[in-house]
Design a protein around this ligand. Sequence first.
Ligand code: UDP
Ligand code: MG
Length: 315
Amino acid sequence: MMVSLVIPVFNEEEMLPRLFGALSRFISLEQTDKREFEVVLVNDGSRDASWALICGQHEKDPRFRGVCLSRNFGHQLALTAGLDCARGDAIVAMDADLQDSPEVVGQLIAEWEAGHDIVYGQRVKRHGESRFKLWTAHGFYRLMRLISRDRTPYDVGDFYLLSRRALDRLKAMREHHRYLRGMIFWLGFQPKAVPYQRLERKAGVTKFSVARMVRFALDGIISSSTMPLYLASYLGFASAVVGLILTVWSFVVHYFQPGVVRGWASTVIIILFLGGIQLISIGILGLYLARVYDEVRGRPLYIVRENTPGTGGQI
Ligand code: UDP
Ligand code: MG
């Protein structure tokens, strides 16, 4: 049996030496006659020495393998690239910054050996994150749960284990705008939760700016739900009802208060109201249309520039 640890890496030169140390210790503890490990590191267009460090580590210990993308494709696609070339019977997706600690990986593997196909880490506490991030993440996961049919649980990041058969199903889903932590719950297989405390980043800084978080949140909503499209229709319906009420009201005013000069205020209100709703609805349509456009172009999800020797495999 082989377990692959898949780790996207973007400008993590400060983190990598610690990561290699922690993983080597973890592997020597957990490795047995029946259980081997490999580590797949995907360099997501880093502009620092990350790739050189990965190659160096591969030479020292060939269980560490590297895939180098041609530019920065973003966390989700880098993770996809790693999942595509992982060879394990189970794969674990985790971050390079040791926020998801190797001890918890041991627990994920134990649950897999107990027969679960999908085992995910659920954060019960997050250390060292800004209040803004905690608060927005809290709101976002609850919103997702409300509008999505995939039953994505609260507070789950890209830290999970997939069995080979679950991974093969996931690999068949080739959409461009990915929200992997939602897609794994679409697969079914009765996912099993492992609660854990998310630690703080050990070195370096977060690679997610607010703009990136917003884009990722939109991808999450749009890839797991068509609710906003319905919302546009509901808004249209609601505005029609408001229009009807205003019509009745203007008749009442006309008959019961003759001679009063009225009209401009209600006209302006109606125009603004309808205009707003129409723009919102067109915007929502546009968001979905843009994604359809990205899919029909059928471009590859990512481009690999080079691999460490013996890694192979590009989609
Ligand atoms: N990452 C990546 N490409 C990107 C941004 C991030 O591969 O464009 C990697 C990063 O190196 C790390 C993981 O994704 O291993 C999670 O990023 P980070 O820790 O910055 O996110 P946070 O934990 O703050 O949400
Ligand atoms: Mg992090």
